[in-house]
Design a binder for this molecule. Structure first.
Ligand SMILES: Cc1cc2nc3c(=O)[nH]c(=O)nc-3n(C[C@H](O)[C@H](O)[C@H](O)COP(=O)(O)O)c2cc1C
Ligand code: SF4
Length: 490
């Protein structure tokens, strides 16, 4: 995980807990419409992969228990983790690339409805991603996988191909790096990774023809499973964000100027919108800033957001960074991970931070995005995440133009009941996130994600299940005391 040079320790400042009456009068706990989807409150749990799906991407008991536990806090909306739209093996990442996934997803929807008393709206984040391979063993790569070209043979300069490969194996890294084509050096030192600009590959060239249909079919399945909304994953390191990136210089009308980079995201949205009924909300998660050299910045984000709003998206959820481009070198046998470099840090900043700190890092860019959407004459709600862990902080975001809906990922992981506690006058009982990124460390290793503040609590009591390491509970203990009786929405 990237560590900024400055090591300033920031402490969470949740501020005073609101009384029940203050919460009832707040903007945070007031309703908002995301197109056809009415949220009872402006509270949102953004997508977080908890690594609980079955090895073939199916919903199982752990997935259901996880989201039902999040729903007990009754946020306005929960977005189910990034879910793959292709019917290809993706490890324990949820999938929606075939009709066989619909019954499991329908059970998940039903469990969330029941756990939230029908209050929480449920969305699913639809993702496409390109091929990425693990970092290979140096000698194996050079002896077996490196493509030998005539140019490379000429540069090494002696013998048959076996001799050329052995000569490469014998070279020190600095010389090898100077001699190998850049992408081959990358494949060796980081692991092979496809880019949307690799248009010499047929599967990459045809993405604009293939993706609208794949997203549309996945969205129709999500509607069949009973979801209230679709979140198109246009953020972080994945295919659609790469089309939006200023680094996308495709020459086929889908890269280069902003107008061309936004084309496929708009075409995907149009296909999805046409594939689901008008009562399903469709929006996207996008980056307010890619936070990489040569990438799209806040001005691009504001421009894209206005385009998406004009096209009729029902919400725009903003994140930040999280790119492969500056990810740390993985260990041999592991794949690069987009949250390990400086842009990854921008996405999930920790308590030990640079001067900008971990709280509200995305707010200035978010204000720019929201202002551009309003200037385009659209009222599209903007959902903003980034270090939110307190009532006053959330309320301020809603008043200063940073957000229409407040999203909290790690704070909701630390205490899924926190929204309900704030709302019902029990704010002093909130378990406040320490921004340790212990959870993110688990995510990086594809281990079941839990929080250090609760995963060792009451391990001897009755438990539904333990993590596969046998040492952690998978869901936080139930909240006690029970909330006061009566409606909490008055
Ligand atoms: C364990 C974990 C998994 C995540 N998975 C996703 C994901 O699937 N899709 C996504 O858009 N963001 C994902 N994120 C990013 C969060 O949604 C959020 O943008 C980020 O954590 C910053 O918000 P926070 O400060 O409230 O945690 C993940 C974050 C964590 C901690
Ligand atoms: S492990 Fe818990 S306390 Fe640490 S960042 Fe994650 S949610 Fe917050």
């Amino acid at each position: 995980m990237f560590k900024p040079a400055q090591r300033i320790r920031f402490s969470p400042q949740p501020g005073a807990a609101p009384s029940r009456a203050e919460a009832a009068a707040s903007r945070l706990f007031s309703p908002v419409d995301c197109g056809p989807m009415r949220l009872a409150t402006r509270t949102w749990v953004p997508a977080m992969v908890p690594w609980r799906a079955s090895p073939d991407g199916e919903v199982n008991a752990d997935v259901i228990a996880w989201y039902a536990r999040l729903a007990q806090g009754r946020p306005g909306a929960i977005v189910i983790e990034a879910t793959g739209i292709r019917d290809v093996p993706s490890g324990p990442l949820l999938r929606i690339g075939d009709d066989r996934f619909v019954p499991g997803l329908a059970r998940l929807v039903a469990a969330v409805r029941e756990a939230s008393g029908g209050e929480t709206r449920l969305l699913i984040q639809l993702i496409d991603f390109l091929t990425i391979r693990r970092r290979p063993e140096r000698d194996t790569f050079l002896r077996r996988f490196l493509p030998l070209t005539d140019a490379l043979r000429a540069r090494v300069g002696h013998g048959d191909d076996t001799a050329v490969r052995e000569a490469l194996v014998a070279l020190p890294d600095a010389e090898l790096r100077a001699i190998l084509p850049e992408r081959d050096w990358e494949a060796l030192s980081l692991g092979y990774r496809e880019r949307v600009t690799d248009t010499h590959l047929p599967q990459i060239a045809e993405l604009p023809q293939v993706l609208p249909g794949l997203f549309a079919k996945a969205a129709a399945r999500a509607e069949a499973a009973g979801f209230d909304g679709i979140e198109l994953h246009y953020a972080h390191a994945y295919t659609m964000a790469s089309f939006l990136s200023a680094r996308n210089d495709r020459a086929d009308g889908y890269g280069g100027p902003r107008e061309a980079r936004v084309r496929l995201p708009l075409e995907v949205f149009a296909a999805v919108r046409a594939a689901v009924s008008p009562n399903i909300a469709v929006g996207c998660r996008m980056l307010a800033d890619e936070c990489i050299a040569g990438g799209s910045g806040p001005d691009d984000a504001a421009w894209f957001a206005a385009e998406f709003a004009r096209a009729g998206m029902d919400f725009l959820s903003l994140s930040r960074g999280g790119k492969f481009d500056d990810a740390a070198q993985p260990r041999v046998g592991e794949a690069a991970y987009p949250y390990t470099g400086p842009s990854g840090y921008e996405c999930m900043p920790a308590a030990l931070s640079d001067a900008a700190g971990p709280f509200g890092r995305n707010l200035a860019a978010a204000r720019g995005v929201r202002a551009a959407v309003r200037a385009a004459g659209c009222t599209t709600p903007v959902v903003t995440a980034g270090g939110v862990h307190g009532f006053a902080q959330a309320e301020a975001m809603l008043h200063d133009g940073s957000a229409d809906v407040v999203a909290a990922a790690r704070q909701s992981l630390a205490d899924p009941d926190w929204w309900l506690k704030l709302r019902s006058g029990h704010g002093a009982a909130v378990r406040v996130c320490e921004y340790s990124n212990y959870c993110e460390g688990l995510d990086q290793k594809h281990k079941q994600v839990t929080c250090k503040l609760w995963d060792r609590l009451d391990l001897t009591g009755p438990l539904r299940a333990l993590a596969s390491d046998g040492r952690r509970r998978l869901e936080p203990p139930a909240w006690s005391p029970a909330p006061p009786s009566g409606s909490i929405t008055e």
